[in-house]
Structures are given as C-alpha cells and as structure tokens.
Design a protein around this ligand. Structure first.
Ligand code: IPE
Ligand code: IPE
Ligand code: MG
Length: 252
C-alpha cells in the first residue's frame, strides 16, 4: 500500500486549507506583451510571484506546493526564449535556495533532467540535497515535466525493479512508488492562471480527484489575495470521491 492510499478509497479529512496545491503558472508572455515588453520580462516578474506565493503558502500552512515551470513541450518555443528560461531557472536556484533553506522549505525538482546542461543538473541536486532535511513546506518544481513521461518512466522503473510483475494484474499501489511525486499526497487544489482551461500534460495521474480552479488572472498578477480566492473556492466545494452527498454527512 502506498503511504497515502488511493484517491478512490481514501477521503482526506476535511481541511480548512488544502494540504497540496499544484499550479500551472501561465500568462507571463501575455502580461509582458500588454506592456510592450519582451516575453522574458513577464517570466522575470513571474519568478517574483513564485516568491510571493511560496511565502503565502508557508503562512497559510500549506504542506505541499507544486509549480509547473517548464513543460516537456516548451522546448518547441524559440531557442532564445528557451535559453533565457534556463538562465532564469539557474539564477533563481543560485539566489533563492539559501532563503528557502532558512525558511525550512524542502525543495524537489521533478521532470526529465537528462535534457538539461550538466551544470544545471548539479545545481538542482545540490539544492535538493541541502534542503532534504527540512520539515516546512515541500516545494516541487516541475521542469521538463510531462504527465505522460512520468507514467512511462514509472512503468519502466517498476518493471526494472520487479520484472516478475510483467503480465500480472497490477494495482495502483504497484505503480505509485515509482511516480515522480511518490513523496506527496495528491493535489487537493489545482490552479491554472492565464485563462486557458486545460491540463497541458501536467500531473495526469495525480490530478484524478483534485479540485480544479481556473482564473483569467495572468501569473505575474497572481498575488497572495488571488491565492486566497482560489483557496476560498476550494473550501466551498464538497469532495465526494464517487460517494453521494448524504453518505458524507451521515458518517457513523
Ligand atoms: C507560462 O507563461 C510560463 C512558461 C510556460 C514557461 P507563458 O510563457 O506560457 O505565457 P503566455 O501563455 O504566452 O502568456
Ligand atoms: C503550461 O503552459 C506549462 C507551464 C506553465 C510551464 P503553456 O503556456 O506551455 O501551455 P499551452 O501550450 O498553452 O497548453
Ligand atoms: Mg502559456
């Protein structure tokens, strides 16, 4: 059994604040365009909002925050933008990780790191290592991440470790330890900024029962007050996990 069980069996205790928030930070380019600025200016401002949202999550006692920073499809962007995004990622790691560490944040990076420069990969591993013992917020950055990639790498790893499972009837619990986010409960609340209403190959497995929240607010405008609006929306929902409303209210 996985530590958190299956989303289809287990009802998390009704919590005031979501335990795990996952965000697709979208709209940086449009934010910059509206101001006649280059797209990278939007990405830079986006990093500032990451800082603000992390702070807000720590203050609200959110335990896990997962941010989609770069998708496996984002390599399709112009080379110049991809390079600038990589520089920004490296710069942010170099300058922010010690502050995260001081605030007891545990940093994790998920995604296919094999396409990144070795120096960036080293920096990622060093940052994870430095913060591994912290017990505050677990901050996960999804970089060169794709939900389909995640499932495929999990199946490959599972069969490498347990070749005897090939051809057997599998349960969710067989696969879960090999998924990138095995250390975290599934997201309670999924947020996408920037107005698009799609998942864009983010956490496909883990979003099965997450509450979805879409806002037209562009990521560089998504501040602590905007986060609170998303949390309030979450708090007004009834999570039934397949059951009826009556079943939830008449638990013996
Ligand atoms: C999200 O903002 C950041 C990344 C995908 C890296 P976008 O760059 O997608 O901004 P829009 O969608 O073009 O406005
Ligand atoms: C999703 O945003 C990925 C990240 C925010 C990192 P995109 O802007 O790349 O998504 P699409 O292409 O509009 O679906
Ligand atoms: Mg976009």
């Amino acid at each position: 059994m996985g530590i958190f069980g299956s989303s289809t069996q287990h009802i998390p205790e009704s919590v005031e604040v979501p335990r795990h928030i996952a965000i697709i930070m979208d709209g940086n380019g449009r934010w910059a365009k509206k101001r006649y600025m280059p797209r990278i200016a939007g990405h830079k401002r986006g990093v500032e909002m990451v800082r603000e949202v992390i702070k807000a999550c720590v203050a609200r006692n959110v335990k896990y925050l997962t941010l989609f920073a770069f998708s496996s499809e984002n390599w399709r962007r112009p080379e110049e933008e991809v390079n600038l995004l990589m520089d920004l990622f490296r710069f942010a790691l170099e300058h922010e990780v010690s502050k995260l560490h001081k605030n007891q944040v545990k940093l994790k990076v998920i995604g296919d790191l094999s396409r990144f420069e070795p120096k960036l990969v080293q920096l990622i591993h060093a940052s994870e290592h430095m913060t591994a013992g912290n017990n505050g917020l677990t901050l996960t950055i999804a970089a060169n991440y794709g939900g389909r990639w995640d499932m495929l790498q999990a199946v490959t790893k599972m069969l490498t470790h347990h070749p005897e499972l090939a051809g057997q009837a599998l349960t969710e619990q067989h696969l879960e330890p090999y998924l990138s986010m095995h250390y975290a409960p599934e997201p309670d609340l999924f947020i996408r900024t920037g107005g698009e209403q799609r998942i864009s190959n983010f956490l496909l497995w883990q979003l099965a029962y997450s509450e979805l929240y879409f806002t037209p607010t562009l990521w560089p405008d998504f501040d602590a007050a905007a986060l609170d609006m998303a949390i309030t929306s979450f708090q007004q929902r009834e999570r039934r996990f397949g059951r009826t409303s009556e079943q939830l209210h008449h638990v013996t």
